[in-house]
Design a protein around this ligand. Sequence first.
Ligand code: ADP
Ligand code: MG
Length: 258
Amino acid sequence: MTVVLDVQDLRVAFRQDGRLVEAVKGVSFAVSKGETVALVGESGSGKSVTALSTVSLLGGNAEVSGSINYLGQQMVGAAEPLLRKVRGNDISFIFQEPMTSLNPLHTLEKQLAESLALHQGLQGKAARARIVELLDKVGIDAPESRLADYPHQLSGGQRQRVMIAMALANGPELLIADEPTTALDVTIQAQILELLADLKRAEGMSLLFISHDLGIVRRIADRVCVMQGGEIVEQGPVAEIFANPQHPYTRKLLAAEP
Ligand code: ADP
Ligand code: MG
């Protein structure tokens, strides 16, 4: 099976007040084509830093070493043009709602049009048709009638659907979803998870899914990597990890599950 993302011995430290603070301490995992891999662990365990490293989205105070191979291309230390290409066409992100990048002053059409113009050169009618198609794909009803809406006119679940549409706009190979349902009500969470699973199948994407919630991971992931204190303490197929956890921390997480 094709390996889309191969992370080997990733280390990230942040320069702070003249010293280095380690956030990720030698993490290795891979995502194969069409697979959903989950990074799970409590807040501060290094999940987001690991995800953001894939396309160098960490700030200037980060020191990164190790290897992040995306379809044969090395992302650690990659030049800016390659990073821009991969960010624009290959690896898309969705974040927890409060961190998202929907512009409150732009209509849905404008938010999506900017990305389509920038990365695919689509303008005017062609762009509009693609926007309607994307909104329809993520389950926005009567999308033509919503094009002029602003983000505040949508519910939290609908906003997250629009974020997913933006992430899909360039047909990414890998979607990285960082706590995409954490800010949503439980019933809406389930709908968004179902949407992600359906889209992943339909688009043949691979998914790196980040969550602190084991219940969600169990439903959506093929493989799971359990993170604690900047390390992966255990990883394997979801069924195996849940049925027969080896590491004490995984056992503790599972015992704490409702
Ligand atoms: P998680 O996503 O698992 O909750 P993060 O990956 O966001 O955790 O953070 C891991 C650790 O790295 C935390 O201790 C966090 O404070 C630290 N960290 C993250 N980003 C920065 C940064 N830009 N500068 C300094 N420390 C950071
Ligand atoms: Mg995080």
